[in-house]
Design a protein. Structure first.
Length: 380
């Protein structure tokens, strides 16, 4: 068979191995094939003289210094990069809980941001926090505090990253880091990000958090804008805290990951302890709650907004809030809005199931419940 070979060089073009834009690599020119030429710089119009290496060197030097000078003040300064947003809102950078969701990223895992007219706090910055904050247009250089509830990867992994944002590439001494002593003592958050070391005493990284506080249950912490954060125990494994927060009459709560039901009653009256011994932590044949953490019901009553890490409908009750537990806690609590987050991925891979669980809790408890859309500002 006689196969006609394409010419090595296009017709009417002299082959000049010294010309920067010549086709000299021996790759096919056919667009049916992918080759290195697709990743090479696009050809410049032939009428423009090629930039010499000396000219390229000059342009690289000029743009490097010009851009650094232009952009440095917005990063290394006493003000946030963008003018502070004076609104009051919550923005969720993730609504997924459970290790399966963490690894599959069915829902994001960046925690959430509370923004008030003169106070901004990032809560539980898990993997993806900085990426999604940027995607959703949040300026984390305006943060005044970072709250980490406990030492699970979906809650603390990007704490160091958002602390660097809060401290404006560690150039400023500002903001508060709030975390369990267990995380601080064991360097889940590094000494540098706790503000304890200054690697370059005379360099640009002289900043860090102004305060780093080990959380203590029921010990209120005064922060920017007359904000008071009071940590509350969470029952989940390891040192772990939720909080209630007051700001000029506004009351907001966050449960963190916690169990609520200690024991439940079956339809035959038998009382069953909620322990890891239950397969998948399932409360099978649930007929009512026999025992629960009364402090949680007290701590999260009377709130304008409660953010509840509602992991499962009726499973893993020894480690997580369930819909049954949430109904019990919300009933008669005076909570005006419950935002359910940190759900297992199964509530999203089964279409509509997250919203269905919210509807179940709302109708049983009488408290408005939602599962938020990630990235939206929920006005307070
Ligand atoms: Zn979690
Ligand atoms: Zn956890």
């Amino acid at each position: 068979m006689n196969i006609e070979q394409p010419p090595l060089q296009p017709d009417n073009e002299e082959f000049d191995p010294g010309h920067a834009h010549s086709h000299g690599f021996g790759f096919s020119h056919s667009h049916d094939h992918h080759g290195l030429h697709e990743y090479l710089p696009a050809e410049q119009p032939t009428e423009q003289p090629a930039e010499t290496l000396e000219e390229l060197d000059e342009r690289l030097r000029r743009l490097t210094i010009k851009t650094l000078w232009d952009e440095t003040p917005e990063w290394f300064g006493p003000e946030p990069r963008k003018p502070r947003d004076r609104g009051s809102w919550l923005c969720f950078l993730g609504t997924g809980g459970s290790p399966r969701n963490l690894l599959s990223q069915v829902r994001r895992t960046g925690g959430f941001v509370l923004n008030l007219p003169d106070f901004m706090m990032h809560i539980d910055p898990g993997p993806g926090a900085i990426y999604h904050a940027n995607q959703f247009g949040l300026d984390l250089t305006a943060l005044d505090a970072v709250f980490v509830s406990h030492g699970h990867t979906d809650h603390y992994t990007e704490a160091g990253v958002v602390i660097e944002a809060m401290c404006r590439i560690m150039s400023q001494r500002r903001g508060a880091v709030l975390a369990p002593a267990e995380l601080l003592d064991n360097n889940y958050i590094t000494a540098f990000h706790q503000g304890k070391v200054t690697p370059l005493a005379n360099g640009p990284y002289r900043g860090g958090p102004a305060v780093t506080l080990a959380l203590q249950a029921q010990k209120p912490i005064a922060l920017e804008g007359s904000t008071i954060v009071t940590p509350h125990n969470a029952y989940h494994g390891g040192e772990n805290y939720g909080f209630s927060l007051t700001y000029k009459g506004l009351k907001i709560g966050y449960t963190s990951d916690t169990s609520y039901i200690k024991a439940y009653r079956k339809s035959n009256g038998e009382v069953v302890s909620v322990t890891s011994g239950l397969r998948l932590g399932e409360m099978a044949d649930f007929a009512g709650i026999a025992d629960y953490y009364t402090d949680l019901k007290e701590n999260y009553s009377g709130l304008d907004v409660l953010i509840a890490n509602a992991g499962y409908h009726h499973a893993f009750a020894h480690r997580h809030f369930t819909a049954y537990g949430l109904v019990h806690m919300l009933k008669g609590s005076g909570v005006k809005l419950c935002i359910m987050t940190h759900l297992d991925s199964l509530y999203f891979t089964n279409p509509g199931l997250a919203q269905d669980m919210a509807r179940y809790v709302q109708e049983k408890s009488g408290v408005r419940c939602i599962v938020p859309e990630e990235g939206l500002r929920l006005e307070l």
